[in-house]
Design a protein around this ligand. Structure first.
Ligand SMILES: N[C@@H](CCC(=O)N[C@@H](CS)C(=O)NCC(=O)O)C(=O)O
Length: 219
């Protein structure tokens, strides 16, 4: 069995970060292919992604197994697949109630918070001033913080559902955005964000993002 994870420019690719932290949490070896985002010249970003996935978006996970190749696109689908294939990593909580809520958290992130994505774009290796937030963005930031506080208080662990789970993978790019723009958060949430940023996977992503920024690859 061999995994290849196709990702975008690390400083920007919030969607790519999610399966990367999931694979690292599962402790399985994988190859990484990086495609430069926002490339308008031929071959464009899309041209480069299409040979990997018909959806034309990163991330993509290729699983080579028993002479067959399975292509999984979409960050949440990849995280769920990794969680299912590596149950020992505990990325899906064992308690069915926690598992159901964990999925609600992951899906709420996946399908929502458009204004946060728009106004607080991921700039993993940078620190930037907080822009004047629109009302919708402010409401979404407040909702994210309240939901994290609730999960941390309910499950009383280091991460949202106690142990590190798919929900933390899905929210890892939001943690990075809040750090980049200095979003004010209450102490329990600050502690959570620090634990996420300290993960070896997040530290490795930071080192690679910084290298991209220094090489001008995010321009
Ligand atoms: N819902 C998808 C969205 C993936 C997505 O939008 N990826 C962006 C980069 S972060 C992309 O591939 N853009 C390609 C392009 O700009 O041509 C997922 O969760 O994987």
């Amino acid at each position: 069995m061999a995994y290849t994870l196709v990702i975008g420019t690390r400083n920007w690719s919030s969607w790519s970060l999610r399966p990367y932290v999931a694979l690292r949490a599962a402790g399985v070896p994988f190859e990484t292919v990086v495609i430069r985002l926002r490339e308008k010249q031929h071959p464009t970003t899309r041209d480069q992604i299409l040979p990997w996935s018909p959806a034309g978006k990163v991330p993509v996970l290729k699983i080579e197994e028993g002479g067959e190749t399975i292509t999984v696109w979409d960050s949440l689908a990849i995280c769920e697949t990794i969680a299912e294939r590596h149950p020992g990593a505990g990325l899906l909580p064992a308690d069915p109630r926690a598992r159901a809520l964990m999925r609600a958290y992951a899906c709420e992130m996946h399908s929502g918070f458009a204004d946060v994505r728009d106004q607080l774009g991921m700039e993993f290796a940078r620190t930037l001033p907080l822009p004047e937030l629109r009302d919708d963005t402010r409401d979404q930031v407040a909702r994210i913080i309240a939901s994290w506080e609730d999960a941390l208080a309910t499950w009383k662990g280091e991460f949202l559902f106690g142990a590190f789970s798919v929900a933390d993978c899905m929210y890892a790019p939001v943690v990075s955005r809040f750090v980049t723009y200095g979003v004010a958060v209450p102490p329990p949430v600050q502690g959570y964000m620090e634990r996420v940023m300290a993960l070896p996977s997040m530290q490795a992503w930071m080192a690679d993002s910084r290298a991209e920024v220094e090489a001008g690859l995010d321009r």
